[in-house]
Design a protein around this ligand. Structure first.
Ligand code: TMP
Length: 204
């Protein structure tokens, strides 16, 4: 089973992963936790290029292709082998991040992006996607309060992040079978509970 976590900046998804991992492991499943961009040596190097605040000259098309390059490597080297070995894979961000950030955020043609994501993943799709939804102001405030996490993409205008959030909600609404929308303004414990419930509903 392939589970992805998505959300706007500061949604707290990354900090929820260890408890979710423990919850699934406790039910006897073998779990692999990974993240995008990154998850492989090559992917981590691409991540550094994408996140580095000094790379302000990166144009949207370059950004799109770098994300897909990291993803192609990740799918081939890490995700597919883990799924083939019967593991549950939890991935912090996946193709929907490209649709939300590059598609809705940068207003790039969605059909082109879907094609590129599909090319990068070789058609691999998540079985379950948890969207940790948070209003833009709350999410960015969390990030500003934790300045070490600030990256090049966070520095985009607030209107960009509003489009990202709305984009996620639109994607989730279009495919409710795959998406579970979780209110990330709840307490950390309550968010975890909601995530666990969504996973339980989908476990094989
Ligand atoms: P994060 O690891 O803190 O979630 O940061 C990853 C950043 O990269 C975040 O700003 C979202 C962005 N991103 C994209 O814009 N497109 C993508 O396809 C992926 C995977 C991430």
């Amino acid at each position: 089973m392939f589970i992805t976590l998505e959300g706007p900046e500061g949604s707290g998804k990354t900090s929820q992963i260890p408890a979710l991992n423990a919850f699934i492991c406790a039910r006897g499943y073998d779990v692999l936790v990974t993240r995008e961009p990154g998850g492989t040596d090559v992917g981590d190097q691409i991540r550094e290029v994408l996140m580095n605040l000094k790379n302000i000259s990166i144009v949207p098309r370059t950004e799109i292709l770098l994300f897909q390059a990291a993803r192609a490597q990740h799918v081939e080297e890490v995700i597919r082998p883990a799924l083939a070995a019967g593991k549950i894979v939890i991935c912090d961000r996946f193709g929907d991040s490209t649709l939300a950030y590059q598609g809705y955020g940068h207003q790039t043609d969605l059909e082109t992006l879907k094609y590129l994501v599909n090319y990068a993943t070789g058609g691999l799709r998540p079985d379950l996607t948890l969207l940790l939804d948070i209003p833009v102001k709350d999410g960015l405030k969390r990030k500003v309060d934790n300045a070490s996490e600030w990256n090049r993409l966070d520095a985009y205008a607030e209107a960009f992040h509003r489009r990202v959030r709305q984009g996620y909600l639109t994607l989730a609404e279009a495919d409710p079978e795959r998406w579970a929308v979780i209110d990330a303004t709840q307490s950390k414990e309550q968010v975890q509970k909601s995530m666990q419930q969504a996973v339980l509903d989908g476990l094989p």
